[in-house]
Design a protein around this ligand. Structure first.
Ligand SMILES: NC(=O)c1ccc[n+]([C@@H]2O[C@H](COP(=O)([O-])OP(=O)(O)OC[C@H]3O[C@@H](n4cnc5c(N)ncnc54)[C@H](O)[C@@H]3O)[C@@H](O)[C@H]2O)c1
Length: 307
């Protein structure tokens, strides 16, 4: 492992912070790359020092210099903008989400770098509901700018392998939760855990069933995927257990004793469940932290951080 040097884009985000933390705890060289300067999510994930170089994913030359200076062998590419920021400025949103991803693949091309990157369950839209877990090979019909961006990244990854020999694995997370998850509509279950850690009641902003994926487990999948990306350009549903938001609310109440309600009138515009078996065939079995344990760890960590 000592010959591996990882770069994590979006390192100050939730999944990025956990990815850096887990790599550092393994003793692997890791450097983050992020436009932001707030390391609070990293501090929630680990006490270890994590170097994060401040930079924009759209700055191809700056990113390329960093890859060379550090002799990077693996990139976990997570930097992206969410829907509200894309809608406010579609050209910029597209430059970051699609252009930034092209920069990563194009720079990997001549450097022999293995890439794991974040796609999203949002490549699927409401029309893709199958009544059961959506198989990995169903062709998605994204219904938002964000979903189209992520789908474009998947297709670009395919072409970068086909024409340029850049190996990659794309992962489609759904509802990631855990310490550090605080932005976007699907952060609502974690915001309920944060409120519980403060002793406050909360209403989760959407109902229905979705797959809840614990952030450290998700980060571990990205690390394993970067290592496994020796050939081809696969893209995979992340998997994990589908649960109802009512069950999530009950787990939080059991841990913290606060009241958690659910806005059942709002349902995410995606299918409830995606089949993750193709990913496990590709990278090996995934051991998911049970929901009750993930909720408990999240509330405990958020309490410790605030106390
Ligand atoms: N969290 C989820 O439930 C979820 C679900 C599906 C897909 N994803 C994808 O996983 C990835 C990580 O998600 P997250 O929840 O950790 O996101 P996040 O929003 O917490 O973090 C994203 C990070 O990217 C950085 N960033 C944004 N624009 C940048 C730019 N131009 N240059 C450099 N850095 C920039 C931000 O500063 C931020 O630290 C994203 O690509 C996201 O689309 C997440």
């Amino acid at each position: 492992m000592s010959d591996q040097r990882f770069l994590v884009t979006g390192a100050m985000g939730c999944i990025g912070a956990w990815t850096c933390a887990l790599l550092a705890e393994e003793g692997v060289d890791v450097v983050g790359y992020d436009l932001g300067s707030n390391d609070s999510r990293i501090r929630l994930a680990t006490d270890r020092p994590i170097e994060v170089v401040r930079g924009d994913i759209t700055d191809r030359d700056g990113l390329g210099r960093l890859l060379d200076e550090r002799g990077i062998t693996h990139v976990v590419h997570l930097a992206a903008l969410l829907l509200p920021m894309i809608k406010a400025n579609p050209p910029h949103g597209t430059a970051v989400n699609v252009g930034g991803t092209v920069n990563v693949f194009d720079l990997a091309k001549t450097r022999g770098i293995r890439v794991a990157y974040a796609s999203s369950a949002a490549v699927y839209g409401p029309d893709d509901e199958t009544g059961g877990p959506v198989p990995n090979d169903v062709v998605p019909h994204p219904a938002t700018f964000y979903g189209v961006h992520k789908r474009a990244c998947e297709e670009l990854a395919r072409i970068f392998w086909q024409e340029e020999g850049v190996p990659s694995i794309g992962i489609r997370p759904y509802v990631v939760y855990g310490p550090g998850r605080d932005a976007g509509l699907t952060a609502s279950p974690t915001l309920a855990m944060a409120a519980a850690a403060r002793g406050e009641d909360f209403e989760i902003a959407f109902g229905g069933r979705s797959q809840m994926q614990f952030a450290p487990d998700t980060a571990r999948v990205f690390i394993r995927s970067a290592r496994a990306a020796t050939e081809a350009a696969g893209v995979y549903n992340l998997g994990g257990a589908a649960v109802s938001m009512t069950d999530v609310a009950r787990e939080i109440e059991a841990v913290a004793g606060t009241t958690v309600t659910v806005d059942d009138g709002t349902v995410l515009p995606f299918p409830a469940e995606f089949d993750g078996s193709a990913l496990e065939e590709r990278i090996g079995p995934i051991s998911w932290t049970p929901l009750a344990e993930g909720v408990r760890q999240t509330v405990d960590r958020l309490r410790a951080a605030s106390g």
